[in-house]
Design a protein around this ligand. Structure first.
Ligand code: KG4
Ligand code: ZN
Length: 437
């Protein structure tokens, strides 16, 4: 009898939550915060496993982070000289459950209390994505919650709205730069992204990581837990002669917004090899004047990123994406992805963009790199729009994808416009010491 009562109780509970999920409608309070039927802000649990970070967070529709947890594999991959997908998958498998449990306990909530589960399902390393997607599906089925598959790059872009909901409205231009990507996109709404340009080879993050390794920075104990990009940035601020090493700025001639990083990477490797030969030092020893090397390398990368972004701004103006005349909207540029942590690049972009009347936003640094908060927040934005929210049997159709293009591709249109730009200069490196954090 007790058993039967227990079963009935559990059955009712499941039915109740199922109905709640299916019938959840959103209302807004006076300050425009979306609320569920029970008149509380909507809550989404987000899971991120697209590369080498296992992240989870619980975020509500007021933009409050209720609980979060992140396990980074950086220290391990730093030692191995790069990411090994099967090993990354093993780490995700080991950490996914503890990371989700920790976020829930920090939020003082159970999965029953959340309205939906969001998960990064594309693009990324398939072997990594699959761990998060499987776990999210398991939670969605077990707790009868809707599942929201999230585009990792869109999540980086929308992250900037979490703290700036009132100031950062659609449309906006965004530059996403990380270890796997570099792209410029016009964002018209939560699910309307148009690609203006992307990296045809490599990425700035990968370039920084490689350069940090070849000049011997990653062997220094102070950078054992730091990304190559951060190590290069901090050493660059110590430079005494930022012009000692001059690196070529790639693809200057193409009147497009396409990026290329392989030339910069090879230039870094060749310069280091020459230095090692002339100074007779071993390959893993720190090169002489490494601070100046970092400054020169950061400047060249910044110049390339800045110029492509300037062309993107001028293209947006030509196309009237922010309206013309009386209907003109505020111009915003978002800088996000791991490379978004870089203060020098952020300052250079902000100064250039302000010349065109654009205000530049970026998420707090810890939320520029991969994390669960960005997935949960994108989940909230989609939940509010009731866009791509998968329920019941539809959940099975959610699968990881290593690539997925944005809705519209304007890369060729940018090239056709043949926009000639008068370049805004890269700021001087020295003064950035003041904003170093
Ligand atoms: O977005 P993210 O965490 O992961 C990917 O999706 O790739 O970005 C990681 C990348 C790494 O390549 C790292 O070197 C770079 O972001 N990064 C930086 C800085 N902090 C992290 N690059 C330049 N300056 C930084 N301060
Ligand atoms: Zn990322």
């Amino acid at each position: 009898m007790t058993m039967l009562r227990k079963l009935l109780k559990n059955f009712d509970k499941k039915l109740y939550f199922n109905q709640l999920s299916l019938s959840t409608r959103l209302f807004c309070n006076q300050s425009n915060v979306p609320l569920t039927e029970s008149k509380r802000p909507a809550i989404v649990l987000g899971i991120e496993t697209s590369c080498d970070d296992t992240g989870c967070a619980i975020v509500n529709s007021t933009g409050t982070i209720l609980g979060e947890s992140l396990h980074s594999q950086l220290q391990f991959h730093n030692k191995c000289g790069g990411i090994n997908p099967p090993i990354a998958q093993e780490f995700h498998r080991k950490h996914i459950e503890p990371v989700v449990t920790e976020s829930l306990s920090r939020a003082n909530l159970s999965v029953n209390d959340v309205d939906a589960i969001a998960v990064a399902s594309r693009p990324g390393l398939t072997m990594s994505l699959v761990v998060g997607v499987r776990y999210a599906k398991h939670l969605a089925r077990k707790y009868r919650k809707p599942l929201i598959p999230i585009h990792h790059m869109e999540a980086h872009a929308l992250m900037a709205r979490l703290e700036n909901q009132s100031k950062l409205n659609f449309p906006f231009l965004c530059l996403l730069a990380s270890g796997g990507h570099c792209l410029l996109a016009m964002v018209k709404s939560v699910n309307d992204f148009s690609l203006l340009g992307e990296a045809t080879d490599g990425s700035p993050g990968e370039c920084f990581d490689k350069a940090a390794r070849v000049i011997g920075l990653t062997n220094l104990p102070e950078y054992s837990e730091s990304s190559g990009g951060r190590a290069i940035e901090l050493e660059a601020y110590k430079a005494t002669n930022a012009d000692r090493f001059v690196f070529p700025s790639p693809l200057n001639d193409g009147r497009n917004c396409q990026f290329s990083f392989s030339g910069l990477k090879s230039a870094a490797i060749t310069t280091v090899q020459d230095l090692q030969k002339s100074a007779q030092i071993e390959p893993d020893q720190l090169i002489p004047h490494h601070e100046d090397f970092c400054a020169g390398f950061l400047k060249a990368t910044t110049k390339h990123i800045m110029r492509k972004t300037q062309r993107a701004i001028q293209y947006c103006e030509r196309k009237g994406f922010f309206g013309f005349g009386a209907n003109t909207k505020p111009r915003s540029l978002v800088f996000s992805g791991g490379v978004g942590c870089n203060d020098f690049i952020f300052r250079a972009l902000s100064e250039m963009a302000s010349e065109f009347g654009y205000k530049t936003f970026r998420p707090p640094k810890r939320l520029c790199t991969d994390n669960g908060v960005m997935i949960a927040w994108n989940g909230i934005e989609r939940w509010i729009d009731n866009d791509q929210v998968y329920r019941e049997l539809d959940i099975d159709s959610v699968t990881p994808l290593d690539r997925q293009p944005f809705r519209t591709n304007l890369v060729e249109d940018v090239e056709r416009k043949n926009i000639q730009c008068t370049w805004i200069k890269v700021p001087s490196m020295q003064s950035n010491r003041l904003v170093m954090t």
